[in-house]
Design a protein around this ligand. Structure first.
Ligand code: UDP
Ligand code: MG
Length: 318
């Protein structure tokens, strides 16, 4: 039987974890066509998540867990989980049951179908129902923007929920970058992907960990990680401004030669100076984004630090 490793990032999920565990075990039992390995990654939770994981690991040999020394973010948690997973297939799921484990057998069927030769089954949401309209608006704008300026296609509404073959996971793990934007990485590695869509569903329990601000910063990370076009846009804007300035200069010289030079228009001059100053700062800001990411990459800091794993816990008899 093939082994599916389910990688589950958990940050303060004490309420949804028991529900998730029960559900995925039920699905595996009823399908009976695959063995399950559960890799939970506790992303520095401050509630009882780690306690629950310890209990699960003690009572069920299929459960493994890693616990971070602090909150490193979902991207780091997914990376750690993918590294730890040993199965023939690896699934990425959220702990809140918004990614229904009940789809796993169907996804496995698609990968095991020899004619189609798919390597990945990925999911996307069918609609944005139940989402605040402001968030939907910005999400759509983000996808439009990034797909216009990036060579890597970022699928609108794609979730992180997916089932991948071992070879895909190995390729993903070969990407050494520190600033990880999974939606981009998954699409950058390529491979034949089958998409299935399903309706957005509410969280089983607990609250979302993503504020609007966090999502906005995440989208900037995504753009910087998967496009250098903003840098080119900055230069283009510079060239455009030079052109405008040059034409205005000619216009002013000609006008002065014909009509003389009455001193007027200093308010408009201030406006122009402020505009150009603003544009310059904006472009320096763009540059700064890339520079800061480069700085972080060159530091070569690990994406996460592990405080405890179930192996270590077993070894010291915890
Ligand atoms: N998560 C995490 N670290 C974080 C934030 C979130 O590991 O810093 C996990 C969280 O426990 C959940 C998944 O990422 O399993 C998705 O988070 P959430 O459900 O809050 O996001 P949403 O579904 O609202 O986009
Ligand atoms: Mg969720």
């Amino acid at each position: 039987m093939p082994v599916i490793s389910a990688v589950v990032p958990c940050y303060n999920e004490e309420e949804s974890l028991p529900l998730f565990y029960a559900e995925i075990c039920r699905v595996a039992r009823e399908a009976g066509r695959f063995e399950l390995e559960l890799v939970f990654v506790d992303d520095g939770s401050s509630d009882g998540t780690l306690r629950i994981l310890r209990q699960l690991a003690q009572s069920d040999v299929r459960v493994r867990y890693l616990s971070f020394s602090r909150n490193f973010g979902k991207e780091s948690a997914m990376l750690a989980g993918l590294r730890a997973a040993t199965g023939d297939y690896v699934a990425l799921l959220d702990a809140d049951l918004q990614d229904p484990p009940a789809l796993l057998p169907e996804m496995l069927d698609i990968l095991e179908d020899e004619q189609s030769e798919y390597d990945i089954v990925a999911t996307r949401r069918a609609d944005r129902k139940g989402e605040p309209p402001v968030r939907s608006f910005f999400a759509r704008a983000f996808y439009r923007l990034i797909n216009r300026i990036s060579d890597t296609e970022i699928v609108d509404g794609a979730r992180d929920f997916r089932l991948m073959r071992r070879r895909v996971v190995d390729c993903i793990l070969e990407l050494p970058e520190y600033n990880r934007f999974s939606k981009g990485i998954f699409s950058w590695v390529g491979f034949k992907t089958h998409w299935i869509s399903y309706e957005n569903r509410p969280r089983a329990a607990g609250n979302t960990k993503w504020s609007f601000w966090k999502l906005l910063l995440y989208s900037v990370d995504g753009i910087v990680a998967f496009s250098t076009r903003p840098l080119a846009i900055a230069s283009l804007m510079g060239i455009l401004m030079c052109l405008i300035a040059f034409l205005s200069l000619i216009f002013i010289i000609v006008r002065t030669l014909i009509w003389g030079d009455p001193v007027a228009g200093w308010p408009s001059m201030i406006c122009v100076i402020v505009l150009i100053g603003g544009l310059q700062l904006f472009c320096i800001g763009i540059l700064g984004q890339y520079l800061s990411k480069t700085y972080l990459e060159t530091k070569r800091r690990p994406a996460y630090l592990i405080r405890e794993t179930e192996e270590a816990a077993k070894r010291c008899g915890k």
